[in-house]
Ligand binder design. Structure first.
Ligand code: ASP
Ligand code: MG
Length: 464
């Protein structure tokens, strides 16, 4: 059995859905008895829109919130219209989309009445995108003559109640998957399961954290002891740099579980960092593949990579970040305030990607995603509501991490990276270095990112 997971860009448009259906059909026909499970993300950008709508609802911004819902409705209906040729299937899926988005509107209204968005409410809202995409894909596969069935993971993936970052309860999840999914697969049906979403034992919807569909696929693969888990995204695997910045970037052909987890942790966003955990225990290989270039072999992640494989460092970059500075005008700023700030952001389910605390400057620098900036400022303003405190969003920043695999760093490449950043004249805002000395991360102004990444890629000899 192979678990195939398709991310948001792989199902970002009618045309993309078509390519995914072709990939699934080809794999199914090549080996119909092997067993195939599909895990799917929401269409790209949809989860962001859903959550933004919920935040606006809590602020009473009714009309913007209705616009978001209307746009989501239109986008999904357009895809269905364009994609599904057979009228009954098309009408059924269109009806389902309308119903779900009607539910969404009701949910937004109740959030508006409460005037507050809880993490639990946010999870319910965020789960809608995967429901829609899974039904669209299942209907399309049916048109291709395959026996596909959309399944909601809120019935399958049992989690604790850590809303926003729920943890799977593996035994109960395994029982449900064995009971409901295995017989389908063995009967030749292709289950199309919603990624990212789960539910508590009481049935309350949870999510596994942003980007969590990879994690869902790994959990499902481990629970059913799949042969392999294949993560389909929009690049050729885990690369030595972002190919949009460095066209010569190279694919890391084989990695160990530990190396891949490290790369994912530092921002190789083709793989959610938690996805390695479930597959390690059962030694299940993971592949990272490109749905835009399905014949490329991609990256293979296994327990023991081939000893002769090439060892290259990767330069991982994250853009679209914003730096928020919080501090006090006098010298009263202390670690306790910093701790409070981080805690409030965490409670509001806002990720802080990097922070630096300078006691001598009486402030805390926080790096958050641009789309979370307004909400982060609001949460902090509420907590630090005194003229003594200063709070502002400073600039758009990016992070660069240089991550090595064991065996590449004999030449002191981290020191080399520091020197290269200096030579390139990059303004470094913050640095974080791992104790192992084969990883280092820099926070820099976003406009210097591309030049710095290209320079480092050359300087570290990755293009050799
Ligand atoms: N749709 C979810 C997100 O945008 C999960 C995923 O794409 O993996 O975070
Ligand atoms: Mg992803």
């Amino acid at each position: 059995m192979i678990v195939h997971k398709f991310g948001g860009t792989s199902v970002g448009s009618a045309e993309r859905f078509r390519s995914v259906a072709d990939i699934i059909q080809r794999h199914y026909q090549e080996n119909p008895d092997r067993g195939l499970i599909v895990v799917v993300s929401a269409m790209s950008g949809v989860t962001n829109d859903l959550v933004r709508g919920a935040r606006l609802a809590a602020e009473g911004q009714d009309s913007t919130c209705r616009e978001i819902k209307a746009r989501l409705l239109q986008r999904h209906l357009d895809v269905v219209e364009n994609l599904l040729q057979q009228r009954p299937g098309r009408l059924e899926v269109a009806g389902l989309i309308e119903d779900r988005l009607h539910d969404l509107e009701r949910l937004y209204r109740s959030i508006a009445v409460l005037g507050e968005l809880t993490v639990r409410g946010s999870d319910t809202v965020a789960s809608f995108g995967e429901t829609l995409s899974s039904h669209i894909l299942a209907a399309l596969l049916q048109e291709h003559g395959l026996r596909a069935q959309a399944l909601s993971s809120s019935e399958l993936l049992v989690t604790d109640d850590c809303f926003g970052q729920a943890n799977p309860l593996l035994e109960r999840t395994r029982e449900r998957l064995q009971q409901w999914v295995r017989p389908l697969v063995e009967g030749g049906v292709i289950p199309v399961i919603t990624g990212f979403v789960g539910a508590t034992a009481q049935g309350i919807t949870t999510t596994l954290g942003r980007g969590g569909s990879d994690y869902s696929a790994a959990i499902i693969g481990a629970a059913l002891r799949a042969e392999e888990v294949w993560i389909w995204s929009d690049v050729d695997g885990i690369l030595t740099a972002d190919p949009n910045i460095v066209p010569q970037a190279r694919v890391l052909g084989e990695l160990s579980y530990g190396e891949a987890a490290n790369l994912a942790y530092y921002g190789a966003d083709v793989l959610h960092p938690k996805s390695i955990r479930p597959v390690i225990a059962n030694g299940i290989p993971l592949r990272i593949l490109n749905s835009f270039n399905p014949d490329h072999p991609g990256t293979l992640i296994v327990e023991k990579p081939h000893p002769e494989r090439e060892r290259l460092p990767a330069i991982l970059s994250t853009t679209g970040l914003s730096m928020i500075v919080l501090g006090s005008q006098d010298d009263s700023w202390a670690l306790a305030q910093a701790a409070r700030a981080l805690q409030r952001l965490n409670e509001a389910n806002l990720d802080v990607l990097m922070f630096s605390q300078s006691l001598s400057e009486h402030n805390l620098n926080l790096i958050v995603r641009e789309q979370d900036q307004a909400h982060s400022l609001k949460v902090l303003r509420r907590e630090f509501d005194h003229p003594l405190y200063q709070l502002e969003a400073r600039e758009r920043v990016a992070t660069i991490s240089i991550v090595g695999v064991p065996g590449w760093n004999e030449t002191g490449a981290v020191a080399h990276a520091f020197a290269a950043v200096g030579r390139q004249g990059t303004r470094v805002i913050a640095v974080a270095q791992a104790a192992t000395e084969d990883n280092v991360s820099f926070c820099i102004p976003e406009e210097q990112l591309a030049d710095t990444v290209r320079f480092l890629h050359r300087e570290l000899g990755v293009e050799a």
